[in-house]
Ligand binder design. Structure first.
Ligand SMILES: Cc1ncc(COP(=O)(O)O)c(C=O)c1O
Length: 385
């Protein structure tokens, strides 16, 4: 039996592959420090878990509306609007089982054979995978270390054509921690109007910003109508396993997004949505204290990595990843990542698993304790020097 071409074009996320390998080494008795996986190492705040448990006890365990509980959609419209300085309507909000499905829904709804989709390279591997799956042509946009992992405006303009249907952006960015500056967002917006394309703005790390405040491309003039915002609860509230995300979409995309939910999952988990509601309706101090802790870890990690021969590392402005340059080691990033795991007991990702432009870099997640980061840096130093 032959698997269809589009299913064959699906790629995996290397973080899950490396995690499985690291766990196999652990079963053999090796002690591994995990810097590969992108999930906060904090418990979900208690008031959120309590609200979901209460919902289960009250029997809120059946199917819910396909696009999400109205109360939650209302809270999302209001909170997301306040956060971005935009007014959103509940009728533009779809709750989904995680943020990932939104990437699929957007690409499937807007692009197919003969269309082009521009996406960041390096970038979240699911973008290239799902663009290829849709039959559209993936057009990678290089992000440059010299530009603090933003893009060169001319390089962007040269990639836009009359076939461009969608541009995917992700700021703060996985894997580099980079941020797209407002004047670069303006360039994308200008081109979107000129060439009539849409933007998928993956804002899942919007709360993890260390220097500036967050700006959404949807807040630029007339961009709300051209932007799908992807956001969710996984990162901001340490709820990766709850599988709860959402999209804020132009009105014409409500129907297909709701239908994708109906066809694929019926709805997001009902009682978890009560947890999400508690997350939005209560104090955001839990988010702020997580971000403060991440800032301390980022500063430690960047300073310490820069003391190791063969590595230099920019201080990222967002997310919880660093993307050190390892070109001086003269090893491929996948080879170096595998050597570091096998010989130094530190699980990291090779930059090339995020695209061609990621070669020569590693991705380290600092979603682990400062103590673990200290051990990891010591081991990296011994291994590399
Ligand atoms: C850039 C980016 N977008 C989207 C997601 C999806 O998050 P989730 O499906 O857990 O909401 C992730 C998760 O790692 C991510 O890094």
């Amino acid at each position: 039996m032959k698997i269809k071409k589009c299913a064959q074009s699906l790629q995996t996320e290397s973080a899950f592959k490396v995690l499985a390998h690291a766990q196999q080494l652990e079963r053999q008795g090796k002690e591994i420090i995990h810097l590969e996986i992108g999930q906060p190492d904090f418990h979900t705040p208690k008031h959120i878990s309590d609200a979901a448990i209460k919902a289960i006890r009250e029997g809120k365990t059946g199917y819910g509306p396909a696009s999400g509980l109205p109360k939650l959609r209302e809270a999302i419209a209001s909170e997301s609007g306040t956060r971005r300085g935009i007014t959103f309507d509940i009728n533009n909000v779809v709750v989904s089982p995680g943020g990932k499905p939104i990437i699929f829904y957007t690409i499937q709804s807007l692009a197919g054979k003969g269309d082009e989709v521009i996406f960041p390279d390096p970038g979240f591997p699911m973008y290239a995978s799902l663009i290829a799956h849709s039959g559209a042509t993936p057009i990678p946009l290089p992000l440059n270390e010299e530009k603090a992992f933003s893009f060169n405006k001319d390089e962007f303009r040269s990639r836009v054509s009359e076939r461009t249907r969608l541009v995917i952006i992700n700021s703060p960015h996985n894997p580099t921690g980079g941020i797209i500056k407002p004047n670069d967002l303006e360039v994308i917006a200008e081109e979107a109007h000129r060439h009539d394309f849409f933007v998928l703005s993956d804002e899942i790390y919007k709360d993890f910003i260390y220097e500036n405040s967050f700006v959404s491309i949807a807040s630029l003039p007339e961009m709300k109508e051209r932007t799908v915002i992807l956001d969710g609860f996984s990162k901001s509230y340490s709820m990766t396993g709850w599988r709860l995300g959402y999209a804020i979409v132009p009105s014409f995309l409500m129907e297909p997004f709701e239908l994708y939910n109906v066809n694929i999952a019926s709805c997001a988990c009902t009682f978890n949505q009560y947890g999400a509601l508690a997350a939005l309706q209560n104090s955001q101090n839990c988010v702020q204290s997580m971000v403060s802790e991440f800032r301390v870890r980022r500063d430690y990690l960047v300073d310490t990595l820069n003391e190791i021969n063969g590595i230099h590392c920019l201080k990222p402005s967002g997310a919880f990843y660093v993307f050190p340059n390892i070109k001086e080691t003269k090893k491929s990033s996948s080879q170096l990542a595998s050597d570091i795991l096998e010989n130094a007991g530190v699980a990291v990702l090779g930059g090339s698993s995020f695209g061609k432009e990621g070669e020569g870099y590693l991705r380290l997640s600092y979603a682990t304790s400062l103590d673990n980061l200290k051990i990891a840096c010591e081991r990296l130093k011994n291994h590399l020097e």
